[in-house]
Write a protein that binds this ligand. Structure first.
Ligand SMILES: Cc1cc2nc3c(=O)[nH]c(=O)nc-3n(C[C@H](O)[C@H](O)[C@H](O)COP(=O)(O)OP(=O)(O)OC[C@H]3O[C@@H](n4cnc5c(N)ncnc54)[C@H](O)[C@@H]3O)c2cc1C
Length: 637
């Protein structure tokens, strides 16, 4: 089937206005009759729930943490993009749009990305009004720094804690609605299924993680804001609880999953040190504003970094990409780091690392200035590695970080199931095959503060409020499904923990579906994943019961979903016979090792439809049309 992204017609710059004009409204007195479920309260969900509550809808908001303040968004370090052009360095809405389309390697929808660039400026105003303490310059204006894939400074930041400060702003707005009674908060609650009645999303099944009770919640629309799936690699920069369960269950209920093979491997993470690790730590991309990336020119050079003279160092990003240098986009910088390590020039244990060196910046700006900009990141680095990055370069290596793929949504953020909307990292919408730094927060907040309130109204205005209740047989059936799966998991009493299986899955994914994929490696993954999944259902060990707090049970449920999702990801990578952004197929590269796109055959969004456990998923394609930025080979040279 050819999918339609439902973008408005007409000139790009007028599309969002035009769409808002076309969308139906719900009058203020009727809003309170509608119930909306918001699952996930990171930045996308908290901003959506607060906005919908402020408008007067009845909102029920769920997250599995004990507080929305612990949503994974809190981890975001470097900043949030906006086209304010405060430094007057040539930025504009069009340039942000252009950089994002190009950064995504021409695999995103133009209409969505232009809207994102337009809304970026409103986000900053909104957050400033909430009191988010963005960094300011000497004159008191909001300060900006640079991120990858841009030649302007457009990233607003709050030291290395931007996500935390933005989340506190959103949480404040949410708390106001909880106090006003428009939002009911359900923390420590995990959505385990979506309920679809007569083809329309009508509610969710939720397990109370403290009591183990499984309950049904009915509504007139459901918003999934449940984040990304990068933990399919086991080791990633994501919070340990980040998972694919909600989106995968929605996929099994009919929502299409788009571009699952597009995952971002971030170039600046603290290298893996061993099997004992349960997660990896990001060193924000913002560090590449002042840090220079290098390795020794000669393989096997074991000298301390300060003993290696300038002439014997290879500043490989500056050499290969002189226009963007250390701020080349993530996919490119990651592959370049892998390349030099594969050549035997990597540093640190196992040779899987490159230097990120601040010596020049410290000499130029002084240690205090660097500490002011990145102090908390240097502290974090020292706590983990016992090395002082003011004195010797950091060691960094690429690690799984972000999911560009996600549930397919149209321009209105509506999935292929009417009434199911998907926001933030959980959808596939705006980043194509590679996300630029500082654009995830921008997208999540654009979705939550500025888009969903308009588009959901159009759906609600066509829906009779409260028509389906939790007593409906579809809810009963879905509850039974959740209970019997839990029972099955608890009954296995095998010999390996869920974490053991997750580790094994992660190593299959990293080795065969990671930074470089081949037809052969994907075939291996597609063979091994079902074997591992079969073993899981025979041999997973879960202590305790389902009638209490049981984190092993939670983990096992999430790993079970990763074991299914991983196969879809490998399948998607196999069918995409091209290299683009974060999806690098070794067979498809230029003579100089850069990605070779195939626009003639693959300029589409791949959206997969679940066809039952025994069938293969069906591929639908949404053609991507570029009318405002001509398709071109990406170059950052
Ligand atoms: C270390 C790090 C640094 C980053 N730095 C930046 C940065 O500087 N700039 C930038 O733009 N981006 C950054 N990113 C990316 C960005 O932080 C995320 O993409 C973004 O915060 C995701 O927001 P979200 O609201 O979509 O999802 P999340 O913040 O992941 O929130 C997901 C929510 O869903 C809930 N949830 C999930 N599943 C269920 C379920 N089944 N039932 C109930 N609740 C569920 C969780 O409880 C949580 O509340 C960074 C990412 C990492 C890992």
């Amino acid at each position: 089937m050819i999918l339609n992204g439902n973008s408005p017609s007409g000139p790009l710059a007028q599309m969002w206005d035009r769409r808002r004009q076309e969308l139906k409204l719900v009058n203020p007195a009727n809003k309170r009759k509608y119930k909306i479920i918001v699952v996930g309260l990171g930045l996308a969900g908290a901003s959506a729930a607060a906005t919908l509550g402020e408008l007067g809808y009845q909102v029920e908001a769920f997250c599995f943490q004990d507080s929305p303040r612990r949503g994974h968004s809190i981890a975001a370090q470097g900043g949030i993009n906006a086209a304010k052009n405060y430094p007057s360095d040539g930025d504009s809405i069009f340039r942000l749009f252009h950089d994002t389309i190009k950064g995504g390697d021409f695999r995103a929808r133009e209409s969505n990305v232009y809207r994102l660039a337009t809304l970026s400026n409103l986000i900053i105003d909104q957050c400033v009004a909430q009191g988010v303490p963005f960094a300011r310059d000497y004159a008191g204006y909001l300060d900006n720094r640079s991120f990858g894939g841009a030649q302007v400074s457009r990233t607003f930041y709050a030291r290395g804690q931007t996500g935390q400060q933005l989340l506190l702003g959103a949480y404040g707005a949410l708390s106001r609605q909880i106090h006003a009674g428009t939002v009911r908060l359900f923390p420590r609650s995990e959505m385990l299924d979506l309920v679809v009645v007569n083809g329309q999303a009508r509610g969710i099944i939720v397990r109370d993680l403290v009591t183990g009770m499984v309950n049904s919640f009915a509504a007139d629309a459901v918003c999934l804001c449940t984040g990304g799936y990068t933990n399919v690699f086991n080791l990633s920069t994501n919070a340990m609880g980040s998972n694919v369960t909600a989106t995968f269950r929605a996929y099994m209920k009919g929502a299409y999953f788009a571009n699952p093979c597009y995952t971002q491997i971030h170039p600046t993470c603290i290298p893996v040190t061993g099997e004992h690790q349960s997660k990896l730590t990001l060193m924000s991309e913002s560090l590449r504003n002042d840090g220079r990336v290098w390795v020794p020119k000669t393989g096997g050079d074991k000298r301390a970094p300060r003993d290696i003279p300038e002439g014997e160092r290879d500043y490989f990003l500056e050499r290969k990409y002189p226009s963007f240098g250390n701020l080349a986009p993530r996919d490119i910088a990651s592959r370049a780091a892998k390349e030099v390590c594969d050549e035997g020039r990597g540093v640190g244990p196992g040779g899987r690392g490159v230097y990120l060196d601040f010596a020049d910046s410290i000499a130029r700006l002084g240690k205090e200035k660097i500490a002011e900009r990145y102090g908390n990141l240097f502290e974090m680095y020292q706590k983990i590695t016992a090395e002082n990055a003011y004195d010797r370069p950091m060691r960094i290596y690429p690690a799984p970080h972000y999911a560009m793929g996600g549930l397919w949504v149209d321009y209105n953020l509506q999935s292929s199931i009417p009434g199911l909307f998907v926001l933030g990292e959980a959808n596939f919408s705006d980043h194509g095959a590679n996300r630029l730094g500082a654009s995830a927060l921008m997208q999540g907040l654009a979705d939550g503060y500025f888009i969903i309130s308009h588009t959901i109204a159009d759906h609600l205005a066509r829906t009779e409020p409260g028509k389906v209740r939790p007593e409906h047989e579809e809810f009963k059936r879905a509850e039974e499904g959740v209970n019997s799966r839990t029972k099955k998991l608890l009954s296995i009493k095998g010999g390996k923990t869920a974490s053991d299986f997750h580790r094994q899955l992660g190593s299959i994914m990293w080795e065969h579906v990671g930074m470089a994929r081949t037809r052969e490696s994907l075939g291996i993954a597609l063979g091994r994943i079902p074997e591992l999944r079969a073993e899981f259902w025979e041999n997973v060990a879960i202590p305790g019961s389902g009638a209490q707090l049981n984190q092993e049970l939670e983990k096992a449920g999430r790993v079970a979903d990763f074991l299914e999702f991983a196969e879809l990801m490998a399948l998607d990578a196999l069918q995409r016979e091209e290299s683009c952004g974060g999806h690098f197929r070794v067979e498809h590269q230029m003579p100089d090792g850069e990605a070779r796109r195939d626009d003639e055959n693959f300029c589409y969004v791949a959206a997969w439809q679940f066809r039952g456990r025994d069938g293969s998923p069906e591929l639908h394609k949404e053609p991507l049309i570029f009318e405002n930025i001509p398709l071109a080979t990406r170059s950052y040279k």
